[in-house]
Design a protein around this ligand. Structure first.
Ligand code: F6P
Length: 544
């Protein structure tokens, strides 16, 4: 269906027209109950969306979109294990990865025995490393773990490993290598001891160029250090949906941990792909992460739309994108531990919903995912926030903070939170010319004041939401990630696209394969375009 033809869409458009003359200052002044009606809380997460350009009548209208798009039907199809990823003929069952009991999704299609058995094997493996009982080829315990993967096989676990480093086992180093650029792997290898290093090759397909080349290089380095191919079996494990390829690589079967084709790469951190994380934080903390996500799954599946965090978050994103015309969304964590959260969300959102063709193969009638970008908020304040405040562009923001510090130092947390709250308030309410004038009066000549005044005005009306967590523990993080996952799903349903395929990443891979041999062999460059040929010629001249 074309959602822009729906009754709900038209009603929302009329609502937008009536609301658009109102500045956030006026919206706050008009409704003293605004914050109560435009905020939700769930399991230690306060979601304040009162600084969005909506009023108390907006959500019921927006929820009409979810109904017209048959969100409930699609949700039940996903949770029921139907092949809603139609272009790849796959079910979408990452929610199974955080469930604690069989059967799921149905008694006849129960994936839980495999899921639970793999989780148990992972726990035993992780405990072996953590306790020092799992020994390397020379009999020394493993002290360093290197996860080799990219995209969903890197971003989620790496983001969480950094977020949860305060609860990670000291003395056990866990590293993440993704880039083809040897400047990532080579310096790391210089710091490692082959006798005490374990490589986890994380790749759903076990064919990804970056991962396979890094894994091969790591294997060569290991063999150079230990001098025996038998060492591979003690120093490599694989996390993959293609176990036979891992075994062919030389990894012993007991060290191959499966995932399944019903887990999308960007939704795979809950699966065996999370093994490096489990080694770092331990099986108990990993179980708490899953439990937090499972609680969010239940909330998503059962709460009424207007009290449902993922649904509300999705609807607000649609309001900003499709009705206010925002083209990007900034993610601004005021929490050092969430340093990698923006890049994790970039894949989750843009690889899922960065599409202009619907599930039915027809062009979408409206814009889909905005550009997701972001950075640690406190650092961003001193870099790009200028544009958010006075650049004249609409950039909705997600502020994310935790009340309690992971590493408390006197005065830091209060100052950090004050800055977080100050930025969203300043962006929303700005500063009028009259306010700026009264601040400047008496401090300079009237002529100087008039010259400076336009620069001191902040238009405000920049919409934002704040996600305030009690603390960044595994359970709350699990819920936070599941919240964004379901937001992505809801938006995909409303836009009428398939959030679970990623055909757009294929072309670049194929072109790279045709260019690679032409770097060494100029004759192979002939069919390539003129720009690529020139780049190759320059490269050949200087590659050394
Ligand atoms: O190229 C994109 C992609 O397929 C992502 O969807 C995926 O997370 C990543 O590459 C890595 O894939 P794999 O886990 O199969 O190596």
């Amino acid at each position: 269906m074309n959602i822009t033809n729906s009754v709900a869409w038209k009603a929302i458009e009329a609502h937008r027209q009536s609301l658009s003359p109102l500045h956030l200052r006026e919206l706050f002044a008009r409704d003293p109950g605004r914050v109560a009606s435009l905020s939700l809380s769930f399991d230690g997460i306060l979601y304040d969306f009162s600084k969005q350009r909506i009023d108390s009548t907006s959500l019921p209208l927006l929820a009409g979109l979810a109904r017209e798009a048959q969100l409930e039907h699609w949700t039940e199809r996903m949770f029921g294990g139907e092949q809603i990823n139609a272009s790849e003929g796959r079910s979408v069952l990452h929610v199974a990865l955080r469930r604690s009991r069989s059967p799921f999704p149905t008694a006849s299609l129960d994936v839980m025995p495999d899921v639970l058995a793999t989780r148990q094997r992972m726990a035993a493996f992780a405990e072996g490393i953590r306790s020092g009982k799992a020994l390397g080829f020379t009999g020394l315990p493993i002290r360093s773990v290197v996860n080799i993967g990219i995209g969903g096989s890197d971003l989620g676990p790496k983001m969480l490993a950094y977020a949860l480093r305060s609860v990670s086992q000291p003395g056990l180093d866990v590293h993440y290598v993704s880039n083809l650029d040897s400047a990532q792997l080579a310096p790391l290898l210089q710091t490692l001891d082959a006798r005490t290093t374990l490589f986890l090759v994380a790749s759903k397909t076990f064919t990804t160029q970056e991962t396979m080349l890094n894994a091969q290089t790591a294997r060569d380095w290991l063999l150079a250090g230990l001098g025996d191919t038998a060492a591979v079996s003690r120093h490599f494990a694989a996390l993959t949906a293609k176990p036979e390829r891992a075994v062919q690589f030389g990894i012993r079967e007991e060290a191959v941990f499966p995932l399944w084709d019903w887990v999308g790469g960007r939704f795979s951190l809950w699966s065996a792909v999370g093994l490096a994380l489990m080694i770092a934080i331990g099986p108990q903390a990993f179980a708490e992460l899953l439990a937090g996500a499972e609680r969010m799954d239940e909330h998503f599946r059962s709460a009424p739309y207007e009290r449902n965090l993922p649904v509300v978050m999705a609807l607000i994103g649609i309001w900003n994108t499709n009705f206010l015309g925002a083209t990007s969304n900034a993610v601004l964590p005021y929490n050092e531990s969430l340093k990698y959260f923006p890049s994790f969300l970039q894949q989750l959102e843009m690889e899922s919903n960065g599409k202009a063709v619907g599930s039915d193969g027809q062009p979408l009638a409206c814009a889909s995912n905005p550009i997701v970008w972001g950075e640690l908020g406190n650092n961003g304040q001193h870099a790009f926030f200028q544009l958010l405040h006075q650049g004249g562009r609409l950039v909705p923001c997600d502020f994310i903070a935790a009340v309690r510090a992971d590493y408390p130092l006197p005065g830091h947390q209060e100052a950090l939170l004050a800055n977080c709250f100050a930025q969203s308030a300043a962006l929303a309410f700005g500063k009028t010319a009259a306010e700026a004038r009264s601040e400047l009066e008496g401090t300079m000549s009237p002529a100087a004041l008039e010259a400076l005044l336009p620069h001191k005005v902040f238009p405000g009306n920049q919409p934002s939401s704040t996600l305030l967590l009690t603390r960044l523990d595994p359970q709350t993080l699990g819920a936070l990630i599941a919240l964004y996952e379901h937001k992505v799903f809801v938006q995909g349903v409303i836009w009428g696209l398939n959030s679970f395929d990623q055909w757009g990443v294929e072309l670049g891979k194929a072109v790279a394969n045709s260019i690679l041999p032409a770097i060494g062999n100029p004759a192979l460059a002939a069919p390539l375009d003129a720009s690529t040929q020139a780049l190759l010629a320059f490269t050949r001249q200087h590659i050394g």
